[in-house]
Design a binder for this molecule. Sequence first.
Ligand code: FMN
Length: 189
Amino acid sequence: MVRLVVMTDTTIAVLVGSLRTDSVNRKLAELLAEQAPEGVTVDIVDGLGAIPFYNEDIDNPRDVPASAAALRERVGAADRVLAVTPEYNGTMPAVLNNAIDWLSRPYGAGALVGKPFGVVGATPTPYGGKWAHEDAARSARIAGATVVEDVTVSQSAIEVDVLTDPDVLDRLNRAVRTLAEYEPATVAA
Ligand SMILES: Cc1cc2nc3c(=O)[nH]c(=O)nc-3n(C[C@H](O)[C@H](O)[C@H](O)COP(=O)(O)O)c2cc1C
């Protein structure tokens, strides 16, 4: 059972799965930041493309790349995490996968552990990036996040302009609200 509560001062760190200058998903993330409910800050984490591929050889306190350390710090400081991503070849883009890998370590104590996580995105196919979204959710769950399934929006961009369509934007804004308001069920003492 889940409990929905009104939250104030909630920060959602957003990981965008496309590095493209004109990325539709990036623009959607920016719209969600502009239209965030009162008390909710949607914080788009830039610089994912500058983070080296995850490699255990460079993941130690002495020489962890500054870009990866900054990612961990930014996500660690957030209350929630939202991936806004297209699909590449039936799965999530490598840049998002890499970010999740960095966030999954130290094992059992990564920045995603216990963090409510949701995923949305749009692609110009009938399924709207469904496989990428399923894979991102599974990967985040394995990294310790609490996946909030109700958040998921896999939006087809074939017949609508997802950046202006009121129904699409409403669905995505509701996804942000659902993630912001999510509270895990508490076990009665
Ligand atoms: C390498 C590559 C692989 C892709 N594979 C898929 C795919 O498997 N499924 C899908 O829905 N779209 C796929 N697409 C299309 C992307 O979803 C589309 O280009 C989308 O607009 C990219 O998102 P963006 O606008 O945020 O960059 C692929 C695009 C690229 C460049």
